[in-house]
Structures are given as structure tokens and as C-alpha cells.
Write a new protein. Structure first.
Length: 605
């Protein structure tokens, strides 16, 4: 590891020297063109292209000089192994938020006794935590598009580390709920920003497999955390606080991974070049001789004015935001933010910027209102994307399916800790193993299979259509979902052998991961350049629903019984599965006819 680190540092130094002294270094490279790269490949089997490495002095993000993984001009050019490391970092961090919801369940008796509270209050605290996980990604995703992914990751997880310590040292249930809300708000950053990082690293046709690995962390966490919580709380002298100190340790690991192994992946935009090109074209077409005589200094002043306007609107213009094979005909999902669309939007912004030439400088109050608008109200504009039928329908199907997961978690804890099973906290945790295993299988296989379906349609029709991800995988998962719920509900209701409900949970885990993983990737594909925002919107709705079902699960079990409750849930998922067919049949039509550009303008403010 030390050799790899030193080699990486050497590459950083050479990249920086190339930036400062390109002529001298060029001669040296002719004599020893690949000596350092060859040395690194022997130690770590990773080759870096020095010409694409950003000099250390120009790297973006907090504490960028500590990175042992270099930043690339275009993150999609990073070596495959480095991409997997970054995806692993994001997936590991994504695990933290959902893990905090369920890790307390096996230790709830200890918590109730220590803080003198009730089961109802504990369930309410879990619901409030889920709400914070759903609400705050709307802001984090907006901030990441403005300030970069690395900054958001580091800031949020450094605060999370502090708030987790506060949770572990809480002296009352109110104090615990307060710190859990704050910690949930911090870990929520990676729920949306992480998906944005995947989009930064991979083009659309390779995104499914990476997204499956990413969501393995966030979706498997609610299943793994009861196992961990049960094992930790089994030791009576440790109690519920040990589960929170466990989260503190994991938070420290996250901060270390982000600090040293998470370079900035937000793709560099060539805004100035695009602005300069359009301004030159305007000057050439102008009949005004004075306008034609603009020198380079005046031109650059105009460019800076437009760039200021761009930064205020948080608009990113890129000639090729999501590159695909240029010889392949593609649908409007790729072209809506391609060169023609970007040029039209950029011309509009240039016109607005030119109209502001003679306006007085903004006052402090105006600057304050602008900041308040950008960081307060502007992220809420992402709700405009619910007007886009593919996004609305995808969320309408996936959000209830996701919320049912939390109903399942609370039901398993409730039923297995009572007669006739009477499992202790450790055994209660172990009953989550079957669906955790099928989660892993579905995550690894499901993501790759959706990429296969996408590529298969491209080869057959020459079109990269996101709806191609909805194939036999989704139909099978939609059929398994209600069957699994009926098996779980009625086996628990009739007090069958403890193994039989777990057959249902294994089927549930497989279907759940296929549905959520595919839908999330589809949303990112359907909103080019705004994938993180779309996923944050989906996360908001599904977490709100999960919070509601967390509040209601125990009272509904007592009022209806487990069998009736899970029959109702199964009955809800059956008609909802028709959404898959609708998207499959109408998605292409909506992409070609819906004026998605207007929603982008609304979201950008």
C-alpha cells in the first residue's frame, strides 16, 4: 500500500509539473514515457493516464491534497478498478442512513428501560428519522451540482460523525430524537448525490451494474442492521448505546474513505468555450460595425458576465453531457440536453445577461435574497419533474414497494419476539439473513441484466431507450412481490414453523431489489443531467411513505392481524404493477412529445 501511495504521489507531482513546465517535461517523457505508470501497474494493477490527471493545485473539493486517488479531467476516463473503488465508497456511505433506522429495533427494550419511554415513542422516532432521510436529499443534490460532490460528502459526514456521538450520549428520548434527525439529515446527502456520482462515472449503457452495487448499500442496510443490532445488544451490559457507538465507528471509516479515496467526479463543463463561441457568432452576424470591432478583452468581459448569470441559475452547459456512440440513433432522452438544446438555453441566458449590462450592482439585501432563494427555495423546484409522466409513474410504483420494506422489518421484530417464537434479540436479527442474501444476488445480477436489455435493444433498433430496462426482470419481480407478502403474512398469522415465513422474506428481498434498482436507474436515465435531482425526488416520496407506514405498522397488526395487513399490501401492489406495462408502452411516446425542456427551466429557476 505504501508503494502504491508513493507512486500515486509521484504521478501527482509529474502531472503538476506538466502543467507548469510542459516543454521540459515533454522531452523527459520521450525518453521515459511509461516508467512510472509501469511501476504502478506492477504494484496495484492500475494504470493512470498522466495526460488526463488534474494537477494537484487545481483539484476540486475540500482537502483535495490528501487524495491518494488522482482526479481526472473527465471521470469517465478513470481506470475501471478506480471506478469500482469510488462506487464502493459511495455504497458504503449510503448504507449509513438506512442502517440507523433498524439497528435500534432489536435493542428497543433496552432503550425503553433506559430512557423511560414506550414502544410507540420509539417507533415515532424511527418515523421522524425516515422523514429527515427523505427531505434533505432535495437540498444536498442541488448543493452538489453547484459545489461539487466531494465537498458535500465530506461536510455532511463530518457533521454526521459528531451527531452520532450525540446520539450515543443522549440522556433523554427527546435528545435522542433530536440528534437522530440531525444525523439522518447528514447521511441523506449520499442517497441522491451518490447516484449523481454514478452518472458522473458511467455512460447510460453501463450504468445499471454500477447503480445496482450502489443501491446494494442503501437497500440492504435496513435488512443487515437488525442482525448487527441484535448481535450487539445481546450483551446486556452494552445495551442500545452500543449500537450507536457502532455507527460512530462506521462514520469514522466513512470520513477516512471520503478524505483519501473520493476525488471530485462532477464533470468539468466547458461553459466558457461554449459562451465564447456563441458570442463570436453573434458578433459576426451583427450589422453593427462597432460590435464587429470587439477585441479579445471586451469579448472576455462579455463572457464573464454570462458566466455570472450561469452560476446564479445553476445551469450547466456541456457539449456532450452523456456521450454515447455517435453513429447510433438515439431517442430524445439523450438529445434533450445535447448540443442543440444547450445552445438554445445558452442563447437565452446570453440575451438575459446582455440586458443586465446597465443595471446597478445588487445591494446587500438583494444578495441575501438571492442566496436565500438559491439555497432555500430553489431545491423545491425539483417537484416540477413530477409532471413528467415517466418519472411520476416510476415513483408511483417504486415508493409503495419501498415503504413495505419497513413494514416487513417492524413486523418481523414484532412477531418473532413474541409467542410462539419468543426469539431473543440476536435470533430476531438473524431472521433477516434470507432476504439479505437474495438482496445481494438481485443487486449483482439485476443491474447487469438491465444493461444487457438496454444494449440488446440498441443493437436491434439502434436506439438507447431507458424503457428497455423494463423487461422480463420487472415482470417476474412484480409477480413475486404479492406472493411473497402473502406467504409472510399468513405464515406469521397462523403461527407456522419459524422457517416458513423466511421463504417469503427471501422472495421479497429478490423482488424488492429488482424493482427499486431498475426504477432508480430508469429515473436517472430519463432526466439527463438531473439524475441526482430526480432520485432525490423519488427518495423524498418513498421515505415519507416509509415514515407513515412505520407509525402505523404496530397499531395495524393489533387491529387487523398480520395476515389481513399483508393481504392488503399485496392487493395494493398488484394493480400498481400495471404501471410497468404503461411505462413500457408509452415511455417512448412521452420522450418524443413531452416538452421536458420546460421542466428543466422551472427546476433551474
Amino acid at each position: 500500500m505504501s508503494d502504491t501511495h508513493s507512486d500515486l504521489q509521484s504521478i501527482d507531482s509529474e502531472a503538476q509539473a506538466a502543467h507548469e513546465h510542459p516543454v521540459e517535461l515533454a522531452a523527459d517523457q520521450e525518453e521515459k514515457p511509461t516508467s512510472r505508470i509501469a511501476s504502478l501497474s506492477k504494484t496495484s494493477s492500475v494504470k493512470f493516464d498522466k495526460s488526463k490527471i488534474v494537477p494537484k493545485s487545481q483539484r476540486r473539493g475540500m482537502f483535495a491534497y490528501l487524495l491518494i486517488i488522482p482526479e481526472y479531467d473527465n471521470p469517465r476516463d478513470l481506470p475501471p478498478m478506480i471506478k469500482y473503488i469510488i462506487v464502493f465508497n459511495v455504497a458504503f456511505c449510503a448504507m449509513m442512513g438506512p442502517m440507523g433506522t433498524s439497528i435500534l429495533l432489536p435493542a428497543s427494550d433496552s432503550l425503553i428501560e433506559d430512557l423511560h419511554t414506550s414502544v410507540t415513542i420509539v417507533n415515532i422516532s424511527i418515523g421522524i428519522y425516515l422523514i429527515s432521510l427523505g427531505v434533505f436529499p432535495l437540498w444536498w443534490s442541488s448543493f452538489s451540482e453547484r459545489h461539487g460532490r466531494r465537498n458535500i460528502y465530506l461536510i455532511s459526514f463530518i457533521f454526521y460523525l459528531g451527531f452520532s456521538i450525540g446520539c450515543a450520549m443522549s440522556k433523554s428520548i427527546g435528545m435522542l430524537i433530536g440528534f437522530r434527525v440531525l444525523s439522518g439529515a447528514c447521511t441523506a446527502s449520499v442517497q441522491a448525490v451518490g447516484a449523481g456520482s454514478i452518472s458522473d462515472l458511467y455512460p447510460i449503457e453501463k450504468r445499471g451494474a454500477a447503480m445496482g452495487i450502489f443501491y446494494l448499500g442503501s437497500l440492504a442496510a435496513p435488512l443487515i442492521s437488525p442482525i448487527v443490532g441484535g448481535a450487539i445488544s445481546e450483551r446486556k451490559s452494552w445495551g442500545w448505546r452500543a449500537t450507536q457507538w457502532f455507527l460512530v465507528i462506521l462514520a469514522g471509516v466513512c470520513v477516512i474513505l471520503l478524505l483519501f479515496c473520493q476525488p471530485e467526479t462532477l464533470r468539468l463543463q466547458d461553459n466558457k468555450d461554449a459562451v465564447r463561441k456563441l458570442l463570436r457568432e453573434r458578433l459576426k452576424k451583427s450589422t453593427d460595425e462597432e460590435s464587429q470591432s470587439h477585441d479579445e478583452e471586451q469579448l472576455e468581459q462579455e463572457v464573464e458576465k454570462v458566466m455570472t448569470r450561469l452560476s446564479r441559475q445553476n445551469t450547466q452547459i456541456n457539449e456532450d453531457p452523456d456521450p454515447v456512440d455517435m453513429n447510433t440513433p438515439i431517442g430524445r432522452v439523450q438529445t434533450s440536453h445535447s448540443q442543440n438544446f444547450n445552445t438554445a438555453r445558452l442563447e437565452k441566458i446570453i440575451t438575459e445577461a446582455e440586458s443586465m449590462k446597465d443595471e446597478p450592482a445588487p445591494t446587500r439585501w438583494q444578495k441575501f435574497k438571492t442566496i436565500l432563494y438559491i439555497y432555500g427555495y430553489s431545491p423545491l423546484r425539483s417537484f416540477a419533474f413530477l409532471r413528467y409522466p415517466p418519472v411520476f409513474l416510476a415513483i408511483a410504483y417504486s415508493a409503495p414497494c419501498f415503504a413495505i420494506l419497513y413494514c416487513l422489518n417492524m413486523t418481523l421484530t414484532y412477531c418473532y419476539s413474541r409467542p410462539p417464537y419468543n426469539f431473543d434479540s440476536l435470533l430476531v436479527g438473524l431472521v433477516y439473513i434470507p432476504n439479505s442474501v437474495t438482496y445481494i444476488i438481485a443487486s449483482i445480477w439485476g443491474g447487469r441484466f438491465t444493461d444487457y436489455l438496454l444494449e440488446k435493444k440498441r443493437q436491434k433498433y439502434g436506439v438507447l431507450a431507458p424503457e428497455a430496462r423494463f423487461g422480463i426482470n420487472m415482470y417476474v419481480a412484480a409477480a413475486i412481490f404479492p406472493c411473497a407478502l402473502l406467504i409472510i403474512g399468513w405464515c406469521l398469522d397462523k403461527k407456522e414453523h419459524w422457517v416458513t415465513p423466511l421463504v417469503g422474506t427471501a422472495l421479497f428481498g429478490f423482488a424488492q431489489m429488482i424493482v427499486i434498482g431498475t426504477v432508480v436507474t430508469y429515473i436517472a436515465d430519463s432526466l439527463p443531467g438531473k439524475g441526482a435531482t430526480g432520485i432525490a425526488l423519488s427518495n423524498f416520496i418513498r421515505m415519507i411513505m416509509a415514515a407513515g407506514i412505520s407509525f402505523a405498522t404496530e397499531p395495524l397488526i393489533r387491529a387487523l392481524g398480520v395476515g389481513v395487513l399483508f393481504s392488503i399490501l399485496a392487493g395494493v401492489t398488484i394493480p400498481l404493477s400495471l404501471v410497468i406495462v404503461i411505462i413500457k408502452l408509452r415511455g417512448d411516446h412521452w420522450r418524443e412529445t413531452f416538452e421536458l425542456e420546460k421542466l428543466y427551466d422551472i427546476a433551474d429557476g
